[in-house]
Write a protein that binds this ligand. Structure first.
Ligand SMILES: [Mg+2]
Length: 223
């Protein structure tokens, strides 16, 4: 486990990390968010989408902007927009096996809603791979990338960030995690390592496969 030396807590983001960003389900949730913002504000679709995106980038989750600026009840919003079909999502037994083989405690930490997170984790076939799924409700609606979100998540689950690795598709979220002491792995086609990204990989599957492979025997001291 060379990339994770001294670390035995593994925390995974959900959307775009444990299943693909371009999935139909993600689009369906986005469409429901836009429709909700339209109903809420009376804005045309393009302006509603722009507002939704602004809150997403500003707060890390659209729901936080709607709660703070429009008085929207977050639980109601999350239940509405996550009422989508999982039919297009294929179970991922390989990833379940890889994560399940990580030697330590394993968690999901998402800016998404509790019910949705549990449903999609079950649908992906991750069963009891994770000790706990921490959703936005569990950290009092404080979203990543606020450092407080990571601090609350770690306190809730009872681990020190210096023992943990965070897997994420958002570099901004990893910067906050890194500041608290997490080791960081950025997942995504264009991911690159940097000051707040310890490891970058286009494929979580490939990264974990390599990380779980025992290192070769030490080379001979003779040149
Ligand atoms: Mg994500």
């Amino acid at each position: 486990m060379t990339p994770f030396a001294g670390r035995d807590v593994f925390v995974f983001d959900l959307d775009n990390t444990l299943y693909p960003a371009d999935h139909a389900i993600f689009g369906a949730i986005g469409d429901r968010m836009t429709a909700y913002v339209q109903r809420l504000t009376g804005l045309p679709a393009d302006e509603a989408l722009a507002l939704q995106n602004r809150y997403y980038h500003l707060y890390g989750a659209t729901v936080v902007g709607l709660q703070r600026h429009h008085g929207v009840d977050p639980a109601t919003f999350m239940a509405d927009v996550h009422d989508v079909s999982f039919d297009g999502v294929a179970p991922d037994p390989e990833l379940a096996g890889l994560i399940g083989a990580l030697p330590g405690r394993r968690f999901v930490f998402t800016n998404g809603a509790r019910t949705y997170a549990h449903e999609i984790i079950a649908h992906l076939g991750f069963g009891d791979v994770f000790e706990r799924i921490v959703s936005l409700e569990d950290v009092d609606w404080i979203p990543k990338p606020e450092p407080e979100a990571f601090a609350r998540m770690a306190a809730l689950c009872g681990f020190a960030p210096a023992r943990a690795v965070m897997f994420e598709d958002h570099a901004l979220n990893l910067a906050a995690a890194k500041g608290l002491g997490f080791a960081t792995v950025l997942v995504g086609a264009t991911a690159v390592a940097g000051p707040t990204v310890d490891h970058a990989t286009p494929s979580l599957h490939a990264f974990l496969r390599t990380a779980l492979t025992p290192p070769p025997p030490a080379p001979s001291q003779h040149q």
